[in-house]
Ligand binder design. Structure first.
Ligand SMILES: *[C@@H]1O[C@H](CO)[C@@H](O)[C@H](O)[C@H]1NC(C)=O
Ligand SMILES: *[C@@H]1O[C@H](CO)[C@@H](O)[C@H](O)[C@H]1NC(C)=O
Ligand SMILES: *[C@@H]1O[C@H](CO)[C@@H](O)[C@H](O)[C@H]1NC(C)=O
Ligand SMILES: *[C@@H]1O[C@H](CO)[C@@H](O)[C@H](O)[C@H]1NC(C)=O
Length: 502
């Protein structure tokens, strides 16, 4: 069964990815004639020095002169764009560039911090200073740790690769005060941190991070308003991105996978690690693909939002999970417009969870896992589910829920899977005194009907007395006082209580 599933996964992925690739390719080919680089004279924004620098770089490209380049570094320019190659970083990836890049970061921060302006209390506003990776691929033997208390910074434009001796419990880029040598010291004379946040508005973009199976990609700890944009993170052993405490880290337009694969990988069963771990509140993951990992996105903080996330990290059949919501009792997570591709969503004791507009392919489903039996304020509505005709429930309960409130699973489409819902209706014809409907094949919760409505439409001129006779084990029985030929329409809802908003 697992083998069959994998094979069909390959076929479906080939189609989906293949078609997408073709479309993309057509776009790019068409795009070439119109994408004419702006002439230098057309530059309207930015400082003169920035423009000069670009001109110089273009000249360097035409006639490279490395010694001259390294001499004419940021020292003779007012530019706040710090090129790591000016600090001795090796863009060919042959020699260790950790120290050189750290030097560039220190120089950039020292110069920019002189403004004395701040963002959030205790966070220096570095004005938008850029650490430019110059399109190189750099080998690093130790993490790039930003000093705490900084904000308004961009690091972008190149690749980082962990060296074979990179510490396996660390991340290539760390916004993590505890790991910084210039750690804020709250017991020191100056009082140390005046803020509970160590970083604000740091943007990491246009980066490829190759963790070389040594630790993780990016760690964001105690941070506020961080942007991770257009990054490609591979070969991690722990997490691609780990967010801990703080709030509002935005992870967008990115590709994250432990192994470089396009799906249906022979080694999929052995994939480990987590694509993104959100152990903090108010973060957003938007338009991100997780193409390989045991867990795609692990959420253990509140009020996070996932939109346009495509998970094909590891098939459920191999034990993988697309999105794991591990925060029983107070979930507060929104999952919209996502694509769960052969791997599903698991939520423990969900309390306030919304899943809508998402596509579940290859028998992927939503599993609601009981910890203390609490499920409250859950909407799973308007999604598409497609499977291989193996009777997999689109939403499945794992364990017994005893405290159930405001749960709506409804208006989902199921193809080749078994629809499950918290509301259902049926029509039965009969000739006699009893009309019975067993709703257990479609209702989500066993033995739970909170609300019944029925209409008895008698044939001929019959005018019988009738009543709802019995509701138990998700079965509804209607009886009439005399035998009659009639059609009965029944509608049930699994909500409970004398009154509830619907
Ligand atoms: C913090 O400051 C105190 C007092 O100045 C010092 O004794 C301690 O070693 C410092 N800790 C760190 C981690 O720097
Ligand atoms: C998965 O890992 C096990 C144990 O390390 C190994 O024996 C097996 O060959 C691996 N399977 C694949 C498909 O790589
Ligand atoms: C209903 O059953 C009665 C008694 O068996 C029979 O006379 C009648 O024709 C039936 N009506 C219909 C519509 O089948
Ligand atoms: C309702 O139906 C159940 C199961 O069929 C039965 O055990 C129970 O006694 C019935 N209750 C009444 C009031 O008829």
């Amino acid at each position: 069964m697992a083998k069959y599933q994998l094979t069909s996964c390959v076929l479906v992925l080939l189609c989906f990815l293949g078609c997408a690739n073709l479309l993309l390719a057509a776009h790019v080919v068409e795009g070439i004639p119109v994408t004419v680089p702006a002439a230098p004279s057309q530059f309207s924004g930015g400082s003169h020095s920035h423009r000069d620098r670009i001109a110089r770089r273009v000249a360097d490209l035409i006639s490279p002169s490395p010694s001259q380049t390294s001499k004419s570094s940021a020292t003779n320019s007012a530019s706040r764009v710090y090129h790591v190659t000016d600090y001795g970083a090796d863009p060919t990836g042959k020699s260790d560039s950790a120290a050189a890049i750290s030097k560039a970061i220190s120089a950039a921060f020292a110069a920019a911090a002189a403004s004395g302006l701040s963002l959030f209390a205790g966070i220096a506003n570095l004005g938008g200073v850029e650490i430019h990776l110059d399109g190189g691929l750099y080998l690093i033997s130790s993490p790039l740790v930003l000093p705490p208390g900084v904000g308004n910074i961009n690091i972008h434009g190149g690749s980082l690769r962990a060296a074979d001796d990179f510490p396996a419990d660390r991340y290539l880029i760390e916004l993590w005060a505890a790991h910084s040598t210039s750690q804020k010291n709250s017991s020191s004379a100056d009082g140390g941190a005046s803020s509970e946040y160590a970083y604000e508005f740091v943007t990491l973009r246009d980066l490829v991070l190759d963790c070389n199976y040594r630790g993780g990609g990016i760690a964001v700890v105690d941070s506020l308003r961080i942007g991770i944009d257009n990054v490609y993170i591979v070969h991690f052993t722990s997490e691609g991105v780990s967010v801990q405490a703080g709030h509002e880290t935005m992870i967008r337009n990115s590709f994250i996978g432990q192994h470089i694969t396009a799906g249906g990988d022979a080694g999929e069963k052995n994939f480990t690690g987590t694509g993104i771990s959100l152990a903090g509140n108010d973060n957003a993951v938007t338009d991100v693909v997780i193409f390989s990992a045991d867990i795609g996105v692990l959420v253990s903080g509140q009020a996070n939002s996932l939109t346009g996330v495509h998970c094909y990290n590891k098939a459920t059949g191999w034990g993988g999970t697309g999105i794991y919501l591990k925060l029983p009792g107070l979930t507060q997570t929104r999952i919209t417009n996502c694509y769960l591709d052969y791997t599903g969503i698991v939520s423990e004791d969900p309390v306030q969870l919304h899943i809508s507009g998402s596509f579940f392919l290859g028998d992927a489903n939503v599993v609601l896992k009981s910890v203390k039996g609490v499920i409250n304020g859950v909407d799973i509505v308007g999604n598409m589910f497609a499977g291989g005709g193996k009777d997999v429930d689109i939403v499945k309960l794992d364990g017994k829920f005893t405290d159930v409130n405001q749960v709506t699973v409804s208006r989902n489409s199921a193809r080749g899977m078994t629809a499950r819902s918290t509301a259902a209706r049926a029509t039965v014809d009969g000739n006699g005194t009893t009309w019975a409907v067993d709703f257990s094949p479609v209702l989500l919760f066993p033995d739970r009907i909170g609300h019944v409505q029925y209409t008895l439409v008698a044939a001929d001129s019959a005018f019988p007395s009738h009543r709802l006779r019995n509701v138990s084990a998700n079965r509804v029985v209607i009886e009439s006082d005399v035998a009659v030929s009639a059609t009965v329409h029944v509608e049930v809802d699994q909500g409970l209580g004398s009154m509830s908003a619907i």
